[in-house]
Design a protein around this ligand. Sequence first.
Ligand SMILES: [Zn+2]
Length: 309
Amino acid sequence: MYQVRILLGVCFLLSLLWDVSAQPSIEIAYLKSSDVKSPSQAEIDFLREAIIKVQSFFASEMDKHGFGKKTFGFNPEIEIIQGKLKVEDWTWESIRDGAYEFDKNHIQNKINIVFVGRRDIFPNRVLGYALPICWRWPGANQLRDDCNWLLIISENRNRLVPALAHEIGHAFGLSHAQQHLPGGGQNIMAAGNDGAELEEYGLRYTDAAFLADWGRLSIQEKVSVAIDADVNNDGYVDLSDVLIVRSAIENNVTYNTDVNNDGITDEVDVLLVKQKAMEAIVAAAPSILRKRKKFVMWSVIKGDSTFGK
Ligand SMILES: [Zn+2]
């Protein structure tokens, strides 16, 4: 009897440890439809910056409620997925089935995000979906913890940031709640939000306490910083941007050449823009790209895995 009790105690301890160490990791993809151009570096940077904004939103809201600057981490490299359909032809089912394929490749993650490039809105005026996916395989445990979350977000430039924050909230276990916060502002977890700026929103105390208690967020050691290397704002990061930054070290130029925002334009800025320009060249050359990045082809196949809404 005594031995049994010890065993149970040990199991309990192990499950606690597992919970604490299970920090969610987020993988991101950009779904390119067959009739749209490959995303420019600026477009990819825009999406990355949107996630960084949401990341700091959670950090400041958690901090405001007294839990420290807790937030989530993510892989800043955005995978491009070639979709076989035209941008306006994606139905709810085809998006879901295609996004499945991406999720399957990152099944170890608790959260994966797919942005549907150049798509403004989904059927029924929906901006994003949060799907709990419980993959079935022989011997799989059908508990809730075996599920991960797949977020599908439209690339609606005006509403993308709050929509993303809302869906990420669902992925961390938050449900819909009242629209107005006691201290003023809108609740990010209210259904049918309409504000475009993240500053109009907040997290209610109950939700922040839930996130802190369940270890769903943690203090990130380093928040990655997005670099806007398209200095002349022509939509491309290329040699002309490098030349502008180089010339700005000694001359006055009309562009913002301090790309790392450290107060001066120097060789570091030149190197950053050079690196971004190289990435853009690689992104434009499919044969080189395939060697360093995994490409996933989407086919419209009906999946038979279970998932809720
Ligand atoms: Zn919702």
